[in-house]
Design a protein around this ligand. Structure first.
Ligand SMILES: [Zn+2]
Length: 366
């Protein structure tokens, strides 16, 4: 409320877009006076294809999109695996810098000493920021948030790895109800498991990241290897179940006593797609496996028609909204997108890390 009255007063004087600019937040320079209430909720949806959320009934993601922006043609690394995907989303640099190109071995060679979780910088400059990471896939916390390269020191204030998506939901709801987070990351994993056929592990579920009942329409970036026979209803139903968790989380967010003043930016993206090469696998550099989506929602969200959103842009966008000035010396590849006062976008090429000599796709656990 104070913010609105201040804007009204300023508008009389400077006749410029005060309403578009959170108080004290600047995209360039002087970030330490940033609006302390600016907050970020980052919802990570492992293995969720753009075509999946377009086909499934997802009223809660739809509500986020209605209050913001979506790019259904965002893009991840050319090694379309979870390790490099989450590493790029959370460090803001591509695989050639952070060094993670698989889900297992290359954590040991990662460079999170040089390219840490982005909240390393936020916590360094403004330690009062309360940050949390709640993840079903444990390496996000054990390898990125609390990297060996930093002696296992955790960047975030609250790091919790859990065994189920329900526990992710419950912990995030608890944090929003009982704590005071400024940056809250969560990762849901069951959609990816459904794609691999891991979820109902009776040996008969062959999975598939195939959301089209009649098979993928031919042509364009909706293609891939999914015929009508490959349609995986379980993939759709798991997306819809997870969308319900998003709804419960958003209800908890909006029930916060000071929600109206907290200026939450809600971001949501997956780490990779699927069904480009083998219907229940991913990891190859095909369009279907690299294609992701990016949602930016809330009063600070803005349209972004300029370019394809890249997975490395997520971190820069979060930092920008928190009012952290991005130092060029950090070497971030991403840039703020679809958020108020974002600087002009530079559409850099993406590097390649795909080496067929050593590459192994993610085939799930069956
Ligand atoms: Zn996977």
């Amino acid at each position: 409320m104070k913010f609105q009255w201040l804007c009204l007063g300023l508008a009389l004087i400077i006749l410029t877009g005060c309403g578009n600019s959170p108080v004290g937040q600047s995209s360039e320079g002087g970030s330490n006076t940033a609006q302390p209430q600016a907050r970020v909720l980052l919802i990570g949806l492992d293995g969720t294809r753009s075509a999946g959320i377009q086909q499934a009934n997802t009223p809660n993601l739809d509500a986020l999109i209605a209050e913001g922006f979506v790019d259904y043609d965002a893009i991840t690394n050319d090694v379309s695996l979870s390790g490099p995907g989450w590493a790029s989303m959370l460090s803001g640099v591509w695989c050639d810098k952070h060094g993670v190109v698989d889900n297992d071995l290359t954590w040991a060679n990662s460079r999170f000493d040089e390219y840490p979780h982005v909240l390393f910088y936020a916590e360094q400059q403004r330690p009062q920021i309360n940050s949390a990471s709640v993840s079903h896939w444990a390496p996000i916390n054990s390898e990125i948030a609390c990297a060996d390269e930093r002696g296992g020191e955790c960047v975030l204030d609250h790091v919790m790895s859990v065994a189920t998506d329900i526990e992710v939901r419950d912990e995030v709801v608890r944090l929003l109800r009982d704590e005071d987070p400024h940056f809250l990351f969560m990762q849901f994993d069951d959609i990816d498991h459904a794609g691999h056929g891991d979820l109902t592990d009776g040996g008969t579920d062959i999975g598939g990241f195939c959301p089209h009942p009649g098979g993928d329409p031919s042509g364009g970036n909706q293609g891939g290897v999914c015929s009508a026979l490959d349609y995986n209803a379980n993939y759709i139903s798991t997306i819809e179940l997870t969308d319900g968790y998003v709804g419960e989380i958003m209800a908890a967010l909006k029930a916060r006593p000071n929600y109206a003043e907290e200026n939450w930016l809600v971001l949501s993206s997956p780490d990779h797609g699927g069904a480009g090469t083998v219907k229940n696998q991913h990891g190859f550099p095909t369009a279907q496996e690299r294609r992701t989506f990016f949602i930016s929602s809330g009063q600070a969200a803005r349209p972004f028609p300029d370019a394809q959103v890249k997975i490395v842009d997520v971190a820069a966008t979060a930092l920008h909204h928190l009012g952290i000035t991005i130092d060029p010396a950090w070497g971030l590849d991403g840039r703020p997108v679809a958020v108020v006062d974002a600087p002009d976008y530079v559409d850099d090429a993406t590097p390649s890390c795909f080496n067929p000599a050593v590459f192994l796709p993610d085939i799930g656990t069956l």
